[in-house]
Ligand binder design. Sequence first.
Ligand code: ZN
Length: 511
Amino acid sequence: MIKLCLLFFLTFLISQTVLGQSPQTLEIRKYVNRNAGDIVKEFTGLLALPNVAADLIGQQKTATFIMAMMNKRGIQKVQLLNASTPGAPPAVYGEVMVPGAKRTLIFYAHYDGQPVNPAQWAKGLEPFLPKLFTNTVDNGGTNMSFPTDGHYNNEWRIYARSASDDKAGVDAILNAYDAIIKSGLRPGCNLKFFFEGEEEAGSPHLNEILEKHRSTLQSDLWIICDGPVHQSGKKQIVFGVRGDTHLDITVYGPKRPLHSGHYGNWAPNPAMMLAKLLASMKDDNGRVTIKGFYDDVTPLTPIERKALEEVPAVDEQMKDELGLSTTEMQGLTLSEAINQPSLNINGMQSGNVGKLASNQIPTYATAVLDLRLVLGNDWKRQQQKVIDHIKAQGYYITSSDPTDEERKKYAKLIKVVPDRDGYNAQRTSMDMPIIQQVITAVKTTTKDQIVLQPTMGGSLPLFLFEKYLDAKTVTVPIANHDNNQHAENENIRIGNLFEGIETMGALMMIK
Ligand SMILES: [Zn+2]
């Protein structure tokens, strides 16, 4: 009886879900289901190509493979867009001009991936040998062969480097176009495709590519397909990114390591000094105590505030997943907290621990500080606030290792090396008519809530699109949140790949 009730309930749920989706979405879904075998086969071909920045040949093969995918689909002007710097990985470009279209959307994904250490991958997994699993490895998923009948389960996972980040983006975009054409549908706008080749290396030549190919890259909006959907599994649209900058700081003690018995209680210990300095930067609730740290923040608009209030709370789920009993910024949810600038210790080092531990007073202690920025913050000004705080703690600041004179003269000596290439946050207004069309389009693909995030926690150099093309961006991610991007065991959930095709398809039909 319970089973029967469950069946009715499930049928009810499915019919409700279908009602929330547009006929076009259902056409695309039919196409994807009919062609799942071919879609996955082509995708695993792409995943099998090494795409780490250092592997130029692998990168070239990957770009060539993507160009072939585009040519096969009849996309026009397929070409590589080179930077002015010779040898920099090019972007892959193509376009489809639609007669009578009033708007042009440009779809972005990146084909390069993070470096890999195959030894860290779970047994049976290899970064560039895509494998199908019944579930995540952590949840007891087992390896299975790719089905010959083309029937795929949404919960299955494909494991490979860039399965999620971001070859899934490339694949979903190109298959969405394919699905539209082959289902007898029609794109509503002109489409441009831009696949970057060095995003994971920090996009060092993206500015050159954008500047050099300015006229080719004109559009009404960039759709960035990168990153995960919301932790709740719901689709999300992200309107901005945080900026990012760093400071390396090093505190100095005696010129040579000292015996902690002979000199302990007498010689100042730089590890202790660094600990005190860092501790002075935050209170017990995790709020930064540096003067003016939160002063420049541009407040969220009413529409952004409302969107933020509607973001499903994942705090308890994430605390559970991560083994945390408490969080910083007490009183703020995760979504609220990432809309504030942050100060994080990326790492610190002094002396030795573990097997190398010895009774000594170390000569220095060092830390890397990571400052994430939100709209209104200027990265240099934010660095300066930290530097001013260090000075206010009585430190004498140098930009290189201290001289003997400096050592003798100043009790508190610190070397501060600020990043020279930080960047500011970017946020696109939700009020813009084209953005409202994007939200409506994504809503036609699901009956579920669409999560609207004013900003994502991470950083991408999206300001470059504004700076060089005067263009707006919006991020529409498709990957599952537990995809292990940037780490070992990267995977994509089949359902996310297939639903990603529907999402991209809906966007391509915007008029
Ligand atoms: Zn990415």
